[in-house]
Design a protein around this ligand. Structure first.
Ligand code: AOF
Ligand code: ZN
Length: 364
């Protein structure tokens, strides 16, 4: 591996280690190198904190002069919660900047590189780009569309059932597969279920990894505000719970939830809930990624709205059978094959005794 690729891998490793903790900002790593020595390194740890380059430059101090900086994302050029990194790089007297990927944030997008080049810094773009793009895929989507990147997850038997005909669903997949799914809770800002899932399964929707993990905001789509007060999402304040309702829900019903500080009732302006409206609302509230983990009806609503970016499917080697046994997506579905939602397999692996498929939008 050549030197540039090696130092960029170091920066990428640091960025990857912060997955799930920087939202609504991307994961970024930076390394400052001179004369074959690493002089500074850093990662952006959470929104509002210093950016990766600032940490790395500070560590290198005056040694940054004439050094090379490796950054996994184009240095920013705007005043956000922190001042522009491109200015800090110029001021430190860095000679060369190696960048994995451009920042699609319209406030930056090419301007960071321009500022570096204008100051006479040699800029090289593209080393490690694929990994950097993959790492910040959800941020890219949100910063451009202002709606969250949507991941739909399902766990089913080999014959495509998510429960038996009597409704038993615990557990179809192995503990290993269930733990894997918790990584997605950790790396998504929000998790969404329908009110029927809340009533039937009483889920807590928290992240339970061996070392903890970040809980996503728990979002319930509940047109008529049927969420029971005595459910874990209301009784346990482990994470915020947002209940999205139609416009017609009575105020005295909403007031019943007021004593729970972590609960917000959010009525839409229309009497019915549409997925596109929900996504715009969540995007505005800084939810950059949404994990859809609940209910065959909700899955269908996302599918019909054409708003699925990625599907995570766990398949257990069990046969359940039964005409009445549920499948991952119900509702109307598509009547014609030519209308079916096309995905491409991005990953295929075995987890515990189960198969895991990651499929992404695109392709025919
Ligand atoms: C960088 N290095 O480590 C990160 C960058 O509000 P702020 O100041 O934190 O700026 C957030 C934006 O900065 C974010 O939307 C993205 O475009 C960029 N993130 N840029 O140079 C970093 N995290
Ligand atoms: Zn920056």
């Amino acid at each position: 591996m050549d030197q540039d690729a090696m130092y960029m891998q170091l920066a990428l490793q640091m960025a990857k280690a912060t997955a799930g903790q920087t939202s609504p900002n991307p994961c970024v790593g930076a390394v400052v190198v001179k004369g074959g020595q690493v002089l500074g390194m850093g990662a952006h740890l959470q929104a509002g904190d210093a950016h990766a380059e600032v940490h790395a430059l500070q560590m290198a101090g005056s040694e940054s002069r004439d050094a090379t900086i490796y950054v996994t994302l184009e240095p920013c050029s705007h005043y956000g919660k922190t001042p522009p990194c491109a200015d800090a790089i110029v001021k430190a007297g860095v000679k060369r900047a190696v960048i994995s990927a451009l920042d699609p944030n319209p406030q930056v997008s090419g301007l960071g590189v321009e500022r570096l080049r204008d100051a006479g810094i040699e800029v090289e773009i593209g080393i490690g780009m694929q990994q950097a793009d993959q790492l910040n895929e959800m941020f890219y989507h949100w910063v451009v569309t202002k709606t969250p990147y949507v991941t739909m997850k399902a766990a089913m038997s080999l014959d495509g059932k998510i429960a038996t005909s009597t409704g038993e669903s615990k557990w179809i997949t192995s503990p290993e597969a269930r733990e894997d799914a918790h990584h997605y809770r950790h790396t998504h800002d929000g998790i969404v279920v329908g009110v029927n899932t809340v009533i039937q399964d009483q889920p807590s929707l928290t992240t339970r990894l061996p070392n903890g993990g970040r809980n996503p905001v728990r979002i319930v789509l509940d047109t008529h505000l049927r969420t029971p007060i005595e459910t874990p999402l209301i009784q346990h304040p482990d994470a915020p719970t947002w209940i999205i309702t139609g416009s017609h829900v009575e105020q005295n019903k909403i007031n019943l939830f007021h004593t729970y500080d972590h609960v917000q009732i959010i009525p839409l302006r229309a009497s019915t809930i549409t997925i596109n409206k929900v996504l715009s609302l969540l995007g505005e509230k800084g939810i950059t990624s949404l994990f859809v983990e609940g209910g065959a009806q909700i899955n269908d609503a996302f599918l019909q709205a054409g708003c699925v970016n990625q599907v995570i499917q766990y398949i257990a080697p069990k046969l359940i059978g039964g005409k009445k046994a549920k499948t991952p997506i119900e509702g109307k579905g598509f009547q014609h094959l030519c209308d079916a939602f096309h995905l491409q397999i991005a990953e295929l692996s075995q987890i515990g005794s189960d198969i895991k498929i990651v499929a992404k939008r695109g392709g025919k």
